[in-house]
Design a protein around this ligand. Structure first.
Ligand code: 475
Length: 839
């Protein structure tokens, strides 16, 4: 081999392939080709959607080599694969992110332009896959992106819901839910893998038997079987060859069952089975609604987890003779308790199917699994009525009983005679109707349990899993959440990204700690000017969007005060509303008040069955209607509710914010990740001492963070001594007149009943302590208004927020998981060609 000559010759004879080439001309031709041959359209009859699809296929072609090379590398037995098990992956739109991560954004922009089109318009036509509710699902997506960027082998296993999170419309101020038909126009990013089908049992009974060697075994005779079909989506790392896989499962009817029925003449029965099986993965369940009794949800959980584990076993057995090293090959992360049935399922597969002994199987299982807790809210703690559970998964019930029996024996050894402990730790709640406690199952079956921010991990140990912590202190750890700077800066805020890169180069994109180098520019007046210009431009874009969608004019010269997240009482959007009404009252009482003009922007979905959350949306819109058209306000205060908040809209909103509202009741928000996205984009935070706010404040500096409100301990004390919201109401005139104004029907065309449930809940119990934090919040908002008046000072704080956000990259979180929980290492991917030049 003589490399120089060889390379020279190659470069002479290289003809760009229309499926891989990157020259503008090749890209342009590939797009035109895809438009014609895949979509069956030609320019005269093609619309932006068609062009988007043609472009998406063009991009997909260019990542397939990476993907196949990656997949092949993972088959090697020595490679450890992280399997992220999650019922939700809120990935957001793929196109722009893939262009950035492939490093071909500029080429594609030009190619698109030369075809007479606009890249941003095509990007905007992408329908995002809404396969998650909020923070938990979005975290899974950030983690998949970081795993790929860090070249850590990973597969995300989940459900390919036909209908994701509903689309939200606002009609007369109320939320209306519309079915999310994200697959309607086809999904160019997924590839179906019929060869990876698996079969999932449900119902029926179990039966003991003796095998040929005389061993006692159990078999499960199911009532019905559903087929799982894998759909793969590549998840690219940033400027690396790694393209990991998001493998989502769809439920289908199992032919053999159909045919049996068909043959005996039961045509409708056969079709029924088909409909039934396909229902399994039809729709994503909303969070914030009690889940007990929703049998379909348990079926979904078992379905995707069993698909995943069977797939992992199949992968392992292609290169290994047995499953002895399963726990070295795979680290399986349980994203909350939703996939925790996996503990019992892996035991079943190892014992019943692969004939391992209990002890061997248990070692493998504990080595494989780790569990992340995402919430302390009691209503979110999953427990399944034993009756439902046993009917659906009879074998798993037996296994769980046996896990429990052995575990409680250990507990008895440690705490002789302590029945209280036994009943707290048991996997089965038998204080009334019997339930399976999924968090207990996940904890017992895992080698590590983590919370998602420092405070939250402490609270996990002190509250819901206290007895487990006492029993196994070494199992418990913290991994503070993070967000990917690729999507949440480079893709969504190109202007700020370019400004930053112009000063410190672009290494920060892969190593977010490098943002620290911006600190040297805080005293550079020109840099601050540029910083403000960028923010102003992005705010103008959002203002245009708002006018376009809602017909409300807002000015980028006002303070953009933003709260976007799921609507929930603990997140206290209504505390923000009380503040807005108070400001409004102040203007009404003193029309010439010196006032820092604000645009208060909200966005978020309420779970369809969560009445109070829906009423909060109605209240926001009702207040907006009054405030926005009151001539006394003279545009100093505007309220906007952005409908249908999702990842795509988040990408518009975070970059445009000046102020980030993170105002949950202390102890209730496990971490929050929106807080990180805002701060990374130069917004300052007004926040409580909760979740990751605490760590953000620690990083950016107390002087660059607006802290208010009670701490977790204060709230506990207040509750213990007897919290009485009426005291606050009677003692705080501004609070009283704010509430009275709502009750009077002022915001509801005279209807005094409309908001009564909300007002009554606050006055009579106020479970989330709004009144207790109200005064502190208002005073803090006054400090915000004062600070905003000094634009130079505000800009410095904004720059320092960004410069100190390094910790909150999901790359850092993933490194911690790899080091302390998964014991997984990067595996750089070498590229080799699949398509021979002469083929
Ligand atoms: C926390 N969702 C955030 C985020 O760690 C945290 C619950 C039941 C069913 C479906 N979805 C859920 C959650 O519990 C959830 O989104 N939790 C959130 O996880 C990531 O940053 O504080 O509330």
């Amino acid at each position: 081999m003589n490399p120089p000559i060889n390379e020279m010759m190659q470069s002479q004879i290289q003809i760009e392939d229309d499926r891989t080439g990157l020259s503008i001309e090749t890209l342009r031709r590939a797009m035109a080709d895809n438009l014609f041959y895949i979509l069956g359209k030609y320019p005269a009859i093609a619309n932006n959607k068609d062009y988007y699809m043609a472009l998406a296929y063009t991009v997909r072609d260019r990542l397939l080599h990476r993907w196949l090379n990656t997949y092949e590398a993972y088959m090697k037995p020595e490679v450890k694969i992280v399997c992220y098990l999650s019922a939700e992956f809120l990935v957001g739109p793929h196109l722009a992110n893939n262009l950035i991560n492939l490093g071909i954004y500029d080429q594609i922009r030009q190619a698109v332009q030369e075809s007479g089109l606009n890249l941003q318009e095509l990007i905007n036509t992408e329908e995002e896959p809404g396969l998650g509710n909020g923070g938990l699902g979005r975290l899974a997506a950030c983690y998949m992106e970081s795993l790929a960027t860090l070249e850590v082998p990973a597969i995300g296993y989940g459900i390919r819901y036909e209908f994701g999170i509903f689309d939200q419309e606002i009609r007369e101020g109320w939320q209306v839910e519309i079915t999310d038909k994200w697959l309607q126009d086809g999904n160019p990013w997924e590839i179906i893998r019929p060869e990876s089908e698996v079969y999932i049992n449900f119902g029926g009974r179990t039966e003991p038997y003796q095998d040929d060697q005389g061993n006692y075994r159990v078999r499960w005779i199911p009532e019905y079987v559903v087929k799982g079909i894998a759909y793969d989506t590549p998840i690219l790392g940033y400027k690396v060859n790694t393209a990991n896989t998001l493998r989502l499962w769809k439920g289908e009817a199992c032919e053999s069952f159909n045919f049996q029925r068909f043959n005996v003449g039961d045509y409708y029965g056969a079709v029924d089975t088909k409909v039934y099986s396909e229902n399994l993965t039809k729709v994503l369940y909303p969070n914030d609604e009690p889940v007990q009794g929703k049998e379909l949800r348990l079926q979904q959980q078992y379905f995707f987890v069993s698909c995943a584990l069977q797939d992992m076993i199949r992968i392992h057995l292609t290169e290994s003779e047995n499953l002895d090293n399963f726990g070295d090959k795979f680290a399986a992360q349980l994203n909350d308790t939703h996939p925790s049935i996996g503990v019992a399922e892996l035991m079943r597969l190892l014992i019943d199917v692969h004939h391992y002994s209990w002890d061997q199987a248990w070692d493998i299982t504990q080595k494989t699994f780790a569990y992340t807790n995402h919430t302390l809210l009691p209503e979110a703690l999953e427990k399944w009525p034993l009756s439902i559970f046993g009917r659906l998964l009879p074998r798993h019930l037996e296994i769980i009983y046996e896990i429990n029996r052995r575990f409680l024996d250990q507990v008895r050894m440690k705490y002789p005679g302590n029945n209280e402990k036994l009943s707290c730790l048991s996997l089965i709640d038998d204080r009334g109707e019997k339930y399976i406690r999924m968090a207990n199952l996940a904890t017992v079956g895992s080698h590590k349990v983590n919370g998602v921010a420092a405070l939250h991990s402490e609270l996990v140990k002190k509250t819901i899993l206290r007895d487990f912590y006492e029993f196994w202190p070494e199992k418990f750890t913290n991994v503070t959440n993070g967000v990917t700077p690729r999507r949440w800066m480079v893709v969504s805020n190109p202007r700020l990204s370019e400004l930053i890169t112009s000063r410190i180069g672009d290494n920060w994109i892969k190593n977010l700690d490098e943002l620290r180098r911006l600190e040297q520019f805080v005293d550079d007046g020109h840099f601050r000017y540029q910083w403000r210009e960028v923010k102003w431009g992005v705010k103008q874009d959002l203002a245009n969007y708002i006018e376009d969608k809602l017909g409300i004019k807002v000015s980028p010269d006002t303070l953009f005060d933003v709260q976007v997240k799921r609507i929930h009482e603990y997140k206290r959007q209504h505390l923000n509303v009380l503040q807005i009404i108070t400001l409004y009252n102040r203007i009404k009482h003193n029309p010439n008040l010196d006032f820092t003009p604000r645009t208060c922007i909200f966005g978020g979905k309420a779970a369809p069955g969560y009445y109070m959350a829906k009423l909060i949306i109605k209240l926001i819109n009702s207040v907006a209607e009054v405030v926005n058209k009151d001539p006394d306000v003279r545009d100093r205060l505007k309220v906007v509710f952005l409908p249908d908040y999702n990842v795509t809209l988040g990408q518009r909103v975070y970059p445009a914010a000046d102020l980030s509202e993170q105002i949950s009741t202390a102890g209730k928000e496990a971490s929050g990740t929106g807080n990180m996205k805002f701060s990374l984009n130069g917004a300052l935070t007004i926040g409580t001492y909760d979740g990751a706010n605490i760590e953000i404040r620690q990083e950016v500096g107390e002087e660059n963070f607006f802290l208010f409100g009670l701490k977790t301990e204060d709230i506990d004390q207040l509750r213990a001594k007897g919290y009485n919201p009426w005291d606050y109401y009677y003692n705080n005139p501004e609070l009283k007149s704010t509430l009275d104004l709502i009750s009077s029907g002022f915001f509801s065309h005279g209807d005094c009943e409309l908001f009564r449930p909300l007002v009554d809940s606050l006055l009579h119990s106020d479970p989330f302590f709004l009144f207790a934090d109200y005064q502190s919040y208002l005073e803090c908002q006054d400090r915000v208004s004062q600070a905003y008046k000094d634009q130079e000072y505000w800009t410095k704080m904004s720059i320092l927020n960004v410069a100190r956000m390094g910790k909150f990259s999901s790359d850092r979180s993933i490194k911690e998981y790899c080091e302390n929980i998964w014991y997984a290492k990067p595996v750089p991917i070498e590229m080799k060609d699949y398509v021979q030049a002469d083929a």
